[in-house]
Write a protein that binds this ligand. Structure first.
Ligand code: ZN
Length: 561
């Protein structure tokens, strides 16, 4: 591709162009933005280079010679890269007169490329640093067989269709406003309603599982984060402090210290444990603007957070409970497949090696007791303890990090937490941090993509829409919608003077699960005919029959409509 670009745009300077999981990209410094038409002509040129079947020739040259070569070519970025290489010699690859700095290996010749496609154009800062020049990046992919390329392109099409940012706009779920600030989510009525339903469900299940619910502030004294270790280990994700009456305060990046505070407001005995505090806690973390992405990577989000304080002899049982709880919640939302990871001690950590080993073993034992297969992610634990991460697989089989369970022997020590044991002496409780959905924003983004916006009935912002075929059916339709609403079913009414086909299309675009279409027959027989989101018609039912069916499906959180 770089060869083709250089032939078509001789002034373009080459930056870097690595292979990535999904294919490859190359960054160019060029004084115009590439257009989709450019991509087509680059593709055409690439096909010519492929047809020439030029062999790739590897050359080892001294670093000085390479610098001289690229200086002569005016390839300043290559020169900059070369100047940082410490090796005496570097490898170059040449094909059809085009030379590039590359470690290799390469395929034998250009003719071996059989199926490729340039996918997109993006701006990218040189070396990912927003202080550097913005370059033009072209993404592409290549396969050994045409059919694999086609399969991949179909998949990309499906990904595009499910993009939560697009659906978020189409279904009026949420927005992110320039005037509000990057990475800050505004939940619109439809999205807010879904969130509320999720929160109510979450709350109920937590009460049932023996949790107590807390509300705690969004800011607190900076000292708190010094004590928790966040200031030393997590500072790059925290915002600058604000001063209030001479004391520094900080937007909270985590909820943990608040829950510790509640624990410490009373004397605790071994008989009180475990204590489980849960909170839908909103936190704020600094993310570079370049990595922000819709609902998936944001600067302010609400964790479905909880902290369990228990005795050492209770750890295993508590982790098992959390695992069960997590899998239950994920299943309700339609996630049946997941990958499990056990993340161990990172390079920067607090606490004793002995504590790390004890907590890692506790997590391992719980996973084994549960019969869950897992992979070990070496060094990926949090600074205060090891963790279990669960990545759910969505309907396109893409993994998403959601749930996390962390064992922490360190914060109880840092905050001097105690309980009175059966021996009358003071002991340290163990702390378990956990989030099941992770963050509501991110989880919502995943749900949108998983369902392509066609939410299960219990989550759908509008569950039933009543439509009239003609004006004379309006009274019946109004009575039906009022009846449905009074039964707690989220209902909308469309008695506009429009063609029924148009009304159905408009409700279908909004992915409303059930449409009740009222015409002469329905009015005279006092029945309802129902059109499912899939286009299938069911009925006729009496309104009471329909209400019973739909209420059952809602209360069972049925995924099928
Ligand atoms: Zn925590």
């Amino acid at each position: 591709m770089a060869h083709a670009v250089k032939e078509l745009f001789p002034d373009a300077k080459l930056a870097i162009g690595p292979a990535i999981d999904e294919g490859f990209y190359y960054d160019f410094d060029i004084d115009r933005a590439f257009t989709p038409e450019d991509l087509s002509s680059i593709e055409k040129k690439m096909s010519e280079v492929i047809k020439q079947d030029n062999p790739f020739v590897r050359k080892i040259v001294s670093k000085e010679n390479a610098i001289e070569l690229f200086k002569k070519k005016g390839e300043d970025y290559k020169v900059e890269l070369l100047e940082e290489i410490t090796d005496e010699e570097v490898s170059l690859y040449e094909e059809g007169g085009f030379v590039d700095l590359c470690r290799g290996p390469h395929i034998g010749s250009t003719g071996q490329v059989s199926a490729f496609k340039l996918l997109s154009i993006a701006g990218a800062y040189w070396r990912g640093n927003e202080k550097n020049k913005m370059l033009q990046r072209i993404y592409g992919t290549a396969f050994t067989e045409e059919k694999d390329l086609k399969k991949y392109l179909d998949y990309l099409e499906e990904v595009k269709k499910r993009d939560h940012r697009r659906l978020g706009k189409e279904l009026d779920l949420f927005s992110i406003g320039e005037e509000i600030g990057a990475g800050l989510i505004i939940w619109h009525p439809n999205g807010a309603l879904i969130r509320r339903v999720i929160e109510d469900f979450w709350l109920n299940e937590h009460y049932k599982a023996g949790y107590k619910i807390l509300y705690t502030p969004h800011i607190a004294k900076l000292n708190l984060w010094q004590k928790s270790g966040h200031l030393d280990f997590y500072r790059e994700n925290m915002y600058s402090p604000m001063e209030i009456e001479g004391i520094d305060y900080e937007l909270r990046p985590m909820n943990c210290p608040f829950h510790i505070h509640v624990y410490k407001t009373s004397l605790r005995s071994y008989k009180n444990l475990p204590i489980r505090y849960a909170e839908l806690g909103t936190v704020y973390r600094y993310e570079r603007s370049g990595v922000l992405h819709g609902l998936l990577r944001v600067r302010g989000f609400t964790q479905d957070d909880a902290h369990i304080f228990c005795r050492e002899d209770q750890i295993e049982d508590e982790i098992l409970r959390v695992l069960d709880f997590t899998l239950f919640i994920l299943r309700i939302f339609g996630f049946e497949h997941y990958d499990v990871y056990l993340s161990t001690r990172p390079e920067k950590y607090v606490g004793s090696l002995e504590n790390w080993e004890r907590s890692t073993n506790a997590l391992k034992r719980a996973l084994e007791l549960k019969g869950l297969s897992y992979e070990i992610d070496i060094g990926e634990g949090v600074f205060y303890g090891p963790k279990i991460d669960i990545k759910v697989k969505d309907s396109l089989n893409r993994p998403w990090q959601c749930s996390t369970i962390q064992v922490d022997f360190n914060n109880p020590e840092r905050f001097d937490m105690t309980y009175k044991g059966s021996d009358g002496k003071e002991h340290r409780p163990i702390m378990i941090h956990r989030a099941l959905m992770g963050s509501l924003e991110r989880f919502f983004g995943i749900l949108i993509e998983h369902y392509a916006g066609a939410f299960p009935l219990w989550l759908a912002p509008v569950q039933v829409e009543v439509l009239t075929i003609a004006e004379r059916h309006a009274d019946y339709a109004i009575a039906l919608s009022e009846k449905l609403r009074s039964e707690g079913i989220r209902t909308e009414l469309n008695i506009d003077n429009e063609k029924i086909g148009y009304k159905i299309r408009s409700a279908t675009v909004r992915k409303v699960p059930f449409l009740i279409i009222t015409g002469d027959k329905e009015v005279s027989e006092k029945k309802v005919t129902v059109r499912k989101r899939s286009g299938e018609n069911i009925g006729p039912f009496t309104i009471d029959e329909f209400i019973e069916t739909i209420k059952n499906k809602i209360s069972n959180k049925s995924l099928k409509i």
